[in-house]
Design a protein around this ligand. Structure first.
Ligand code: FES
Length: 99
C-alpha cells in the first residue's frame, strides 16, 4: 500500500499500487477535475508533487506535450491521470486551484 497526502487539502488516504492517482482520488472522495476523463488531453487533473515522486511512473512525452500545450511547466506539474503509483511509499501532493 501507498499513502497519498494532499498537503493543501489536509486529505490523506491509502491506495494499492497499480492505479493512477486520479482514479485513486476519485475512489477516495477527493474532488478532482478531469475534463477529458483521464485521457491525457486536458491538463485539468494536474498536481504538483512535493515528495515521493520516486514511487510514481515516469513522465512520458505525451504527458509533457499536454502540459506544454496548456501552458504548464512539465518540470513542475504532473497529470494525475498519467501518474501510476508503482512503488509503496508516501506521496505528498498539492492540488492546484481549478482552472
Ligand atoms: S484528466 Fe485530462 S489530462 Fe488528466
Amino acid at each position: 500500500m501507498s499513502t497519498i497526502r494532499y498537503e493543501n487539502l489536509d486529505v490523506e488516504y491509502k491506495m494499492a499500487t497499480g492505479d493512477s492517482i486520479l482514479d485513486a482520488d476519485l475512489e477516495n472522495g477527493v474532488e478532482h477535475t478531469c475534463d477529458c476523463g483521464g485521457n491525457c488531453a486536458c491538463s485539468t487533473c494536474k498536481v504538483t508533487v512535493i515528495s515521493g515522486a520516486e514511487f510514481l511512473s515516469s513522465q512520458q512525452e505525451d504527458e509533457k506535450d499536454t502540459l506544454d500545450a496548456y501552458g504548464w511547466n512539465p518540470d513542475e506539474y504532473r497529470l494525475a491521470c498519467q501518474c501510476i503509483v508503482e512503488g509503496e511509499g508516501r506521496i505528498v501532493l498539492n492540488m492546484p486551484e481549478p482552472e
